[in-house]
Write a protein that binds this ligand. Sequence first.
Ligand code: AMP
Length: 282
Amino acid sequence: MLGMRVVRSEAELGAALKTARGARESLGFVPTMGALHAGHIALVERARGENEVCAASIFVNPLQFAPSEDLSAYPRTEEADLALLSAAGTDVVLIGRSEDLYPPGFATTVDVARVTEGGEGAQRPTHFRGVATVVAKLFGMFQPTRAYFGWKDMQQCCVIKRMVRDLSLSVTIVPCETVREADGLACSSRNRYLDREQRAKAPCIHRALCAARELFRAGERRHAAFERLVRSHLEPDFVVDYLEVRDEEDFARSADPVTGGRLVIAARLGRTRLLDNLPLAP
Ligand code: AMP
């Protein structure tokens, strides 16, 4: 296929996908909110490698932001995003617009129970309804064979996998490991909110999780021991929203003693919330 098709409406997307797919079977899809970084591009490259056609979307989804959150301030870097997607071999990209995705009369939302309890679901009560609804909508529009999501947003991966199973959607969810900066900080569109001093402190989150992983591998199983160790590694100006061990499948909170799963943390540094997690077992 020659060049990347950029479309800006559901109608245009249908035509572009038809041309791009032709008789080809598999379509890999990467939904994003733009402000793309190496983490997003790793998903695109994987989608490119595992499918005949590769598609992505850029849509800052208002449904998943609470009124108090950073919707209007969310970084928008369309030109750079398109250059990165094109270089990574994307065939079709949708730049979503609210008026088009949520036209007047739009009345359906998707609520996933249980998996959305605790974690981000507790901090941001309407967030996962917005995520599940837009992802269901995008799956309907793209009809992907496989869709790629980052473990960085662990609870989101669990919510999407649950939704796909419960609604018998015919797409395979492929979770991909977190891509990090050289100093260990998980790549995130929100990292650009950090000032120099905060940016220098932020990698202590990853160091803390790595230390906890070492402790697990050395035989420690008490939840409180992991919590103590992680907190001791964090710079004093971090405010921890939650720090828990959660199951990779259903995001269930781990019992004590801990048997495995991922250690998940959300912590604030100034006005920026940083999310990260690491699997404990090898
Ligand atoms: P976002 O644009 O923040 O909605 O993210 C789009 C997709 O990229 C989601 O599946 C994220 O989990 C994934 N993602 C974000 N950051 C990273 C990262 N550092 N490594 C891997 N995937 C990521």
